[in-house]
Design a binder for this molecule. Structure first.
Ligand code: GLU
Length: 285
């Protein structure tokens, strides 16, 4: 079977041990299956991405012994593709413009309830303030935040979307999703971000499809986001890859590593004289 996978970092900081684990898992799987491993650059948010981080990423991954076809796919080159997909969803009445700030969303979401607000992969679940009663008509709103009308989108499907998972999700979930669950766990997700043209969810789905990705290997922290991606694949008529959500690499206090964890940056270990085999051993590979 054809096996094509990828590692898709954002060049907003140094890669750390968690990234190394994810990239090596995907690369090892591609080598074992005689398949292809792609590096892809998630650089939609130009204000946070830097060319020097991109160079460092390529350098670190090469040092780890990874190889990939060039040129690499870069999200900033693909805005027309994202826009065309948005136009299609807009024409089907599945998107609406949203003018809410984060503070507006928190305030509206906390109004009917006390205590902890329901969170999805993108933060507090949108309470629907800007959702129109009927689908907006006319040309797509320019430069606006566009949200997916989740209820309307799910209603267009003849069966619930699902995916196969080669491992289990963080709580042992299998790769099945239901309309009800997506409603509760994601809500009306943002598909176009102001000034960026697309959101991560839309871009990643189109990138995976256009690269012919058959297997997505990524952290358990993205398990909930995968549900959104599988729904988007169904809405856009794209194939759904096989997913594997791997365990997360944590620090000594049990916290997930973040970009700011420079102490665990691959570059720091390199500078300290460690070898790629030492990093493999540290993450249990
Ligand atoms: N740029 C995303 C990240 O680093 C990619 C995640 C993915 O889709 O695998 O979290």
């Amino acid at each position: 079977m054809n096996f094509i996978t990828r590692f898709a970092p954002s060049p907003t900081g140094p890669l750390h041990l968690g990234h190394a684990f994810s990239a090596m898992l995907a690369h090892d799987a591609a080598v074992a299956a005689d398949g292809t491993f792609h590096l892809r650059i998630d650089d939609l948010d130009k204000s946070r991405c830097r060319p020097e981080w991109e160079t460092q990423i390529e350098d670190d991954l090469s040092w780890l012994g990874l190889d990939w076809p060039r040129p690499v796919m870069r999200q900033s080159d693909r805005l027309p593709r994202y826009r065309a997909a948005l136009e299609g969803l807009w024409a089907r009445g599945l998107l609406y413009p949203c003018g809410c700030s984060r503070a507006d969303i928190r305030a509206a979401a906390s109004a009917p309830q006390e205590g902890v607000l329901p969170h999805g992969p993108d933060g507090v679940i949108y309470p629907g303030t800007c959702r129109p009663a009927t689908a907006p008509r006319g040309p797509m709103a320019e430069g606006a935040v566009l949200r997916l009308d989740m209820a309307r989108a799910l209603a267009t499907l003849d069966s619930p979307p699902g995916f196969s998972e080669t491992g289990a999700g963080p709580a042992g979930e299998t790769g099945r999703i239901t309309a009800t669950r997506l409603h509760e766990t994601a809500g009306d997700v943002v598909l176009a971000r102001r000034g960026l043209g697309a959101s991560y969810h839309l871009a990643v789905v189109l990138d995976d499809a256009d690269q012919g990705i058959t297997h997505v290997i990524r952290g358990q922290d993205l398990f909930e986001a995968t549900q959104i991606h599988v729904l988007l694949q169904r809405l856009l008529g794209l194939p759904t890859p096989v997913y594997r959500h791997h365990r997360l690499i944590r620090d000594d206090a049990g916290r997930r590593l973040a970009k700011r964890d420079d102490a665990r940056a691959i570059a720091t270990y390199r500078a300290e004289g460690l070898r790629p085999a030492d990093l493999r051993a540290m993450v249990g590979l």
